[in-house]
Design a protein around this ligand. Structure first.
Ligand code: GLA
Length: 396
């Protein structure tokens, strides 16, 4: 009897140990999916925008396709009160953050917010330095489910310890909160992000709504990235991702107008095969059907959300012609034939490239045409449009 009571006490005390929450496999077991205000709206955020976006996420079928988090990025916060409590912009969020979170939860969605490691955010709003526990307690009281934590004005701060401090603060709040590390790959967060309790970490500087080209920021710092620049920076870090801890090549630009639909389809396919968080960044209230059909393609999303949690990688490169492959839990492969060049081209993938014996017969299914293509032996080839992809599953 005594042993049983002791064992019970041990279980209770273990389950109350805050540090254990960080290891909780239920936090982001597959890459988080949602929407974030920054790419389209920048600082122009308000409770009306966030409410309407949450509604549109449900109405458009995106919730049904797996999108969950509605995340306000920078500029929701304006100051601290005399006790140091963070204050939301009273003009833009007159009903307060808790009411907004309640509304989002009432739709069956989850709510995310943004802060920064330093004394100020990238847009110059108050950051969390010195207020980590106070802010985490406030987020928990507001029923926040996700924190994106940025790296501006970090001066001499140590990245792993700054992020694990916030992880500890979030855990101590008693609410399971996803921690999104946003330090742009500066200190190679794939090496320490999991240990710091991050559930995802940005691997690069910011994405912009362009196909390719790295462009310096107005202050001369390097650089924002196009889609293919970011893709190149993912090569070789795939082994650091897995359930609960993901490489984050930044949020989606699908639908923001700077690329063609073919390019957006490539962008989305590559993010899916990279097991990247799928955080839409367009105006969900006003989407062309073509854009909705990209963001809500359930077969492509199933590749991203596969429970094995293996990140895809480039298995073949021949100039502008590439093949990317991701191992799926059922033993099949998701495959992207990727044509970066400016002219249509045939691309072929051999079973050897996929780690299969050559003699195997395998079924291929096209995930954009949503069509079974039949059985293939030893290889699969297809014509791929300029800047386009053909995305298939290969199932022996
Ligand atoms: C940084 C981040 C962006 C965005 C802005 C907000 O640039 O990388 O994703 O959060 O700050 O100011």
């Amino acid at each position: 009897m005594r042993v049983t009571i002791l064992a019970l006490l041990a279980v209770i005390s273990l389950s109350l140990t805050p540090a254990l929450l960080a290891q909780d496999a239920t936090l982001a077991p597959t890459p988080p999916m949602g929407w974030n205000s920054w790419n389209k709206f920048g600082c122009n955020v308000s409770e009306d925008l966030i409410r309407q976006t949450a509604g549109a996420m449900v109405k458009s079928g995106m919730k049904d396709a797996g999108y969950q988090y509605v995340i306000i990025d920078d500029c929701w916060q304006v100051a601290r009160d005399k006790d140091g409590n963070i204050i939301a912009d009273p003009q833009r969020f007159p009903s307060g953050i808790k009411a907004l979170a309640d509304y989002i939860h009432s739709l069956g969605l989850k709510f995310g917010i943004y802060s920064d490691v330093g004394s100020k955010t990238c847009a110059g709003r108050p950051g969390s330095l010195g207020h980590e526990y106070q802010d985490a307690r406030q987020y928990a009281a507001w029923t926040v489910d996700y924190l994106k934590y940025d790296w501006c004005n970090a001066t001499t701060q140590d990245a792993p310890s700054s992020y694990s401090l916030m992880r500890q603060a979030l855990d101590a709040s008693g609410r399971p909160i996803v921690l999104s590390i946003c330090e742009w790959g500066t200190n190679k967060p794939w090496l320490w992000g999991k240990q710091a309790g991050g559930n995802l970490w940005r691997t690069t500087g910011d994405i912009k709504d362009r196909w390719e080209g790295r462009v310096k920021w107005p202050n001369g710092d390097c650089c924002s990235n196009g889609v293919v620049d970011i893709v190149d920076l993912q090569n070789g870090i795939e082994s650091y991702a897995g359930p609960g801890h993901w490489n984050d090549p930044d949020m989606l630009e699908v639908g923001n107008g700077g690329m063609t639909d073919t390019e957006y389809r490539s962008h989305f396919s590559l993010w899916a095969i990279l097991a990247a968080p799928l955080i839409a960044g367009n105006d969900l209230r006003d989407m062309r059907p073509e854009i909705r059909d990209i963001l809500a393609n359930k077969e492509v999303i199933a590749v991203n959300q596969d429970p094995l949690g293996s990140e895809g990688k480039r298995v073949k490169k021949n100039g502008d012609l590439e093949v990317w492959s991701k191992q799926m839990k059922d033993g099949s492969r998701a495959v992207i034939l990727f044509n970066r060049g400016g002219a249509d081209h045939e691309i072929s993938v051999s079973w050897e490239d996929l780690g299969y014996p050559t003699h195997l017969e395998a079924e291929a299914r096209d995930l954009w045409q949503k069509k079974d293509l039949g059985k293939f032996k030893s290889k699969f080839s297809s014509q791929v449009p300029a800047h386009g992809v053909v995305m298939v599953t290969v199932r022996p």
